[in-house]
Design a protein around this ligand. Structure first.
Ligand SMILES: Nc1ncnc2c1ncn2[C@@H]1O[C@H](COP(=O)(O)OP(=O)(O)OP(=O)(O)O)[C@@H](O)[C@H]1O
Ligand SMILES: [Mg+2]
Length: 390
């Protein structure tokens, strides 16, 4: 007998007009859309089922479960879940419907860096990011996918943390934590996860804030590794050698002994300092960055203490911009900026000095960027990324 579904609690997505595609990840495709009657703008995240052999994706279930109950001004608002008109087999496609935000931070950094790179604007952005994370962490939620493309900025200068597909509650009892270390997109992944730690919590998100803050100054992701080992090498080069002197418990991590010659080559290159000093002479910024990117997660600053840092408070320094001042800086940007659209614009208009080979590299870079994370690729069905400890 053929199954029939009537979806009594899910509206038909036909009530929205799709305008254009603004994102495509491993699990979803995101469209800008408008409600047919109210004309309210939304983002529709289509749940891709192509790679799923176990039914509705766990990442989508996580995101819906969490965002239905967690509402905050610094977290993207999930309005509802819609469905397409059921197809011949009786099945429908599901869509998460969000309030639309005009930009993501990766798009802004790549395409409109000059509009956001002032010290007051960077302070305004990092402060809102830390405020959003502090509230999440206080509510015992870890995001586990901090990166600039998951940070949205509205035209009113408000920051919203997005993409809760990997987020999870964490246990206060550290003995009970045995989570997967296969989370966080590679370039933003902290050293403890790369070395196999499974007993972790909020500090993994703080590392990501450090990477994002550095990117705000330099316009480039801080450490663009191509493999996990390469990422660890870049961490040692940029931050400093990973050794028991700076991080006593590192010797207990599963991969430490295997990789100790890679991560502790004795060279103090500290490339982070050089890169940041080329872009700013702000000593507070440098000090906060160093604290966000401390190798030992138990010494890394937490969101609450980071919000107390002089970078945000010292009166001799420019104060964080008000959201409406950030909004004014953004108002002259003619179109929405997203990581996805920025990447495609660069591929289509590679610039006068770029040949086809370089354009192809850009395509690869985009794909790599996504696949280097521990989001599963089509052939990765080993389930290791799935986190069954709730
Ligand atoms: N509410 C929104 N408003 C505007 N743009 C959004 C919104 N939600 C998501 N986007 C855009 O869509 C992109 C992908 O969304 P999201 O990160 O939620 O999906 P994903 O499939 O989990 O992505 P990935 O695998 O690339 O991390 C975001 O990077 C952002 O550019
Ligand atoms: Mg994302």
């Amino acid at each position: 007998m053929e199954d029939t579904f009537d979806y009594p609690y899910c509206d038909d997505v036909e009530k929205y007009d799709k305008i254009c595609r603004i994102g495509k990840g491993t699990f979803g495709e995101v469209f800008r859309a408008k409600h047919k009657e109210t004309r309210k703008e939304v983002a529709l995240k289509k749940i891709l089922m192509d790679n799923e052999q176990e039914g509705f994706p766990i990442t989508a279930i996580r995101e819906i479960k969490l965002l239905r109950s967690y509402k905050d001004e610094n977290v993207v608002n999930l309005i509802e879940v819609c469905r397409s008109t059921p197809e011949v087999n009786g099945k429908a496609i599901s869509y998460l419907v969000f309030d639309f935000c005009h930009h993501d931070l990766a798009g802004l950094i790549q395409e409109a860096h000059d509009k956001i790179k002032s010290i007051p604007n960077i302070k305004c952005i990092v402060k809102q990011l830390l405020e959003g994370l502090h509230k999440l962490h206080t509510n015992r939620i870890i995001h586990r996918d901090m990166k600039s493309s998951n940070i949205l900025i509205t035209k009113d200068g408000e920051l919203k943390i997005a993409d809760f597909g990997l987020a999870r509650p964490y246990s206060l009892d550290a003995k009970n934590r045995k989570y997967t270390n296969r989370v966080v997109t590679l370039w933003y992944r902290p050293p403890e996860l790369l070395l196999g730690e499974r007993n972790y919590a909020c500090a993994v998100d703080i590392w990501g804030v450090g990477c994002i803050m550095s990117e705000l100054f330099t316009k480039e992701p801080l450490m663009k590794g191509s493999t996990e080992q390469h990422q660890l090498q870049l961490i040692a080069d940029n931050i400093g050698p990973i050794s028991p002197e700076v991080w006593p418990r590192v010797v207990d991590l599963p991969l430490y002994h295997k990789l100790s010659n890679v991560i502790n080559n004795g060279k103090q290159r500290k490339l982070l300092l050089l890169k940041i000093k080329r872009c700013t002479s702000n000593e507070y910024a440098l000090d906060l960055l160093k604290k966000l990117l401390i190798l030992d997660p138990s010494k890394r600053i937490d969101a609450n203490s980071a919000l107390d840092h002089d970078f945000f408070w010292d009166e001799r320094d420019p104060q964080p911009a008000e959201k409406r001042a950030l909004a004014r800086s953004l108002s002259s940007i003619s179109q929405s900026q997203f990581e996805y659209t920025a990447r495609h614009r660069r591929i289509q208009n590679p610039g006068p000095n770029t040949n086809n080979f370089v354009a192809q590299q850009m395509v690869n870079r985009g794909n790599n960027h996504r696949h280097l994370g521990h989001r599963p690729g089509p052939s990765n069905n080993d389930g290791q990324y799935r986190d069954h400890v709730y």
